[in-house]
Ligand binder design. Structure first.
Ligand SMILES: Cc1cc2nc3c(=O)[nH]c(=O)nc-3n(C[C@H](O)[C@H](O)[C@H](O)COP(=O)(O)OP(=O)(O)OC[C@H]3O[C@@H](n4cnc5c(N)ncnc54)[C@H](O)[C@@H]3O)c2cc1C
Length: 466
């Protein structure tokens, strides 16, 4: 018997664990539903809803192969006991996932149970070096991974044992109260539709339009939750891109897109290599910078009530849609860390919960980068007022989201100079930015800071720059 465990690679094709686990045609497919995982930092019902869309499609594909998803409710330790008791000879297959500490600790204990037995088969995730980490070879390895042949669908299951685990339909029924509608839809069909429409037309002007929150909604690929939950493999996206590129009239745009596929894995590698960055700043001297939380500041920030209309509009949009473009994510984070001077460890999980595409391996290093705590990236403090003017000059988008500002002159909206017409600003923009700049640069100048920054670069820095 082969046991295949699903976590986040939720697709039938190009799925190493499903493919290899199905070769003997006598297999079970198990999803581990652990409620503690789903209430851990950064996780939220909107992500769970996306995951369920993906699972529904996997389930229907498996049905045609005489197989189905079974749900194990509990932890990975409990799953290992279950497997040992019921299937002591079984082979176990799963794809490696870079995730936060809760999952990592669970999976590490699970692996320990089967250590030395040669029963466990863990397949590497695309583009991430798991065992033989070497930043100098990283780019080469990434390209090699992307060009490998893709795996076919799993083979049909020839065994049809009755199950003592929960079946998927019952799980779906039980999950109804958690599922949230109105966010991006999951599943491989959706992923392919997004990819095709992006190649056909939406990518026109992508490299410029990606900066504006209203244009980006249509002009960015919107593949992020699909990549995060694996409804399509990044290798498939890469290979389809390579095939489409020569005939595309939007080559410059697709070139920018290709770079981002690379960044995806480049960022995840950081959390994979150094899991402690979930809690500690990459540069150790940065952890003492912001010692205190201000609950009122954090609440106003995460609820879109800072008194800065553009920033608030971005947050309200994100709360409603579960997605916003890169530039605005960076600005939102920069505001929390520089202007509000809040520890990134307190704000990061709250922001993560709002993203349907929450991918800890990208999120955490990006949060650190936008908070100036990596030591290897120059601190960039976004001016909320400048972004407001640049991205929405006539304030049309802001007014759509905050209709109470409909009659207000756009200039006043951009300068956040609204008196009683809007919430009063939570901080003074210029003074708070100056305090942040002075404080960060006062520690960056020292020799000790530079020495530590070099070791951070050695571990995490992209060699492309050197
Ligand atoms: C503070 C902060 C938090 C972020 N958190 C996440 C997160 O949890 N999950 C997530 O997928 N992305 C995250 N990003 C990166 C980026 O904003 C999103 O990947 C992007 O907006 C997703 O939209 P898209 O799929 O249309 O992107 P596209 O522009 O179409 O890019 C295609 C793919 O490339 C990857 N990608 C794009 N930009 C980046 C980047 N800067 N770094 C790494 N990979 C990138 C993503 O997988 C994306 O789906 C974060 C950025 C910031 C500043």
């Amino acid at each position: 018997m082969d046991i295949i465990i699903l976590h986040r690679n939720l697709r039938l094709e190009d799925n190493s664990a499903l493919f290899h686990g199905s070769v003997n045609q006598n297999y079970r497919v198990i999803y581990v539903y652990d409620k503690h995982y789903w209430s851990s930092d950064g996780r939220s019902p909107r992500q769970f809803s996306f995951l369920m869309d993906c699972m529904k499609e996997v389930q229907s594909g498996l049905r045609s192969l005489n197989s189905y998803i079974e749900i194990f409710e509990g932890s990975y330790s409990e799953l290992s006991t279950y497997i040992e008791r019921n299937y002591p000879q079984s082979k176990i297959h799963f794809n490696h996932s870079t995730d936060t500490s809760y999952y990592r600790n669970q999976i590490s204990k699970f692996k320990d149970t089967f250590k030395g037995s040669s029963r466990l088969n863990v397949y590497e995730d695309f583009g991430i070096q798991i065992d033989q980490f070497n930043r100098d070879n990283w780019s080469f390895d990434w390209n090699r991974q992307m060009r490998k042949c893709r795996y076919d669908q799993p083979k049909p299951n020839l065994s049809s044992k009755s199950t003592d685990l929960m079946n998927f339909d019952d799980f779906l029924d039980l999950s109804k109260s958690i599922i949230q509608k109105g966010f991006q839809k999951g599943g491989t069909k959706e992923a392919n539709a997004k990819l095709n429409s992006f190649f056909d037309s939406r990518s026109e002007g992508y490299s410029k339009k990606m900066s504006s929150p209203h244009e980006a909604e249509e002009s960015c690929s919107r593949l992020s939750p699909h990549i995060a939950f694996g409804s399509i493999s990044i290798r498939e996206i890469y290979q389809k891109l390579e095939a489409h590129y020569p005939q595309s009239p939007f080559k410059k745009d697709l070139y920018s897109f290709r770079k981002r596929l690379y960044w995806h894995c480049h960022f995840i590698q950081k959390l994979e290599t150094e899991p402690a960055i979930e809690f500690n700043s990459m540069h150790s001297m940065c952890d003492d910078l912001r010692p205190f939380d201000n609950k009122e500041f954090i609440d106003r920030w995460i609820n879109g009530e800072t008194g800065f209309p553009f920033l608030d509009a971005c947050m309200l949009y994100l709360r409603e849609k579960g997605w916003i473009n890169f530039r605005m994510r960076a600005m939102i984070m920069s505001f929390a860390s520089y202007n509000l001077w809040q520890p990134w460890q307190s704000t990061s999980p709250l922001l993560g919960e709002l993203f349907v595409d929450y991918e800890p391996g990208i999120h955490i290093p990006q949060v650190q980068m936008q908070s100036g705590v990596t030591g290897i990236n120059l601190p960039r403090i976004y001016s909320v007022n400048k972004q407001s003017l640049d991205q929405d000059p006539e304030a049309k988008w802001i007014k759509q989201i905050i209709p109470s500002l409909n009659d207000i002159d756009p200039k006043k909206i951009h300068s956040s100079d609204l008196h009683t017409a809007y919430i009063s600003p939570v901080v003074d923009l210029k003074q708070s930015a100056k305090y942040a700049r002075d404080t960060i640069w006062s520690i960056r100048k020292g020799d000790e800071f530079k020495k530590i920054a070099r070791s951070v670069y050695y571990k995490h820095g992209s060699r492309k720059r050197s």
